[in-house]
Design a protein around this ligand. Sequence first.
Ligand SMILES: Nc1nc2c(c(=O)[nH]1)N[C@H]1C(S)=C(S)[C@@H](COP(=O)(O)O)O[C@H]1N2
Ligand SMILES: [Mo]
Length: 323
Amino acid sequence: MQTELPDFITPAQEVFIRTHLDVPHVDAATWSLTVEGLVSHPLRLDLAALRALPATRLTAFHECFGSPFAPDVPVRAVANVEWLGVPLARLLDDAVPHADAAHLWFEGVDHGTFHGTPDIRFLKDLPLETAHRDVLLAYAMNGAPLEPVHGFPVRAVVPRMFGTNSVKWLRRIVVSDTRPDHLFTTGLYNRRLPGSDRPQPVREVDVNSVLVAPRDEEELAAGTIEVRGWAWSATEVVAVEVAVDEGPWEAARLDERGPEPTWQRFTLSRRWEAGPHRIRCRARDRAGRVQPGPGSRNSVQEISVQVGTQRPTGRTVTGADSA
Ligand SMILES: Nc1nc2c(c(=O)[nH]1)N[C@H]1C(S)=C(S)[C@@H](COP(=O)(O)O)O[C@H]1N2
Ligand SMILES: [Mo]
């Protein structure tokens, strides 16, 4: 999949949408969020109570893992979003988890049938420590209330992790000493990482990058052309290289990441000869991970362009030109 992503912040209407069940229509007036299970003080907050708590802004990339049935297929569904909400840590501090609490279950309002399993809810879990440190309970995206498809009125946002962990239409957080045995936790969304033979939950994102210009199959005039794109990882991306045709790999200019887990812009300007060309980009992160070749969900992306000797007009060449 290729997306048009010119801006550092992706406008809400261009952010990809992923739902497994039916999109619920949540009435903000009756919605509430509970924190329950192994806690000394169970909580129930309505929207006004949540919004009255001190809020935090977080700009972060947002990436879908792709189909849990095809974990090795690249989808490159990615965006970069400014969230506003309440750190989950605040609610956990109020609720006071018991000493044996180790996992948090996040339950959405949505339910329905998923691949033949009826009556299922969307549920994910995280280690208590991770959730306490990172999770934001977001009620706004890019300065506007969440749209219904993106989880109105409140969703979890788990920075640096695949989007599947960021439960939309959040209604219940259960504090537990065990992981939930559930289709979306122990059933689907598990994978083997390089160097390990045990499947692990789909959590931290891989190092990845996407080309946004030129576009696949674009026709361009010969001369200086700038290649542009975005790179991101669970840690900072420290290098992006671009290869044209057989290479070599050339270092692109790469923006630094800053303190927040955002994506990073890369650009490379070079002169192009007329003819067909292919372009690839590959990112490396601070942990030393590099995007692999074909066969992985974060494989190096490749596009094809056609460079002509004249500026393309988008119209058929006329008789005078072709004579
Ligand atoms: N309740 C609920 N939360 C959910 C999902 C869902 O189906 N139901 N899909 C997940 C997946 S797989 C992704 S990639 C992100 C997508 O968020 P978005 O649609 O706002 O981009 O939401 C996650 N949270
Ligand atoms: Mo996803």
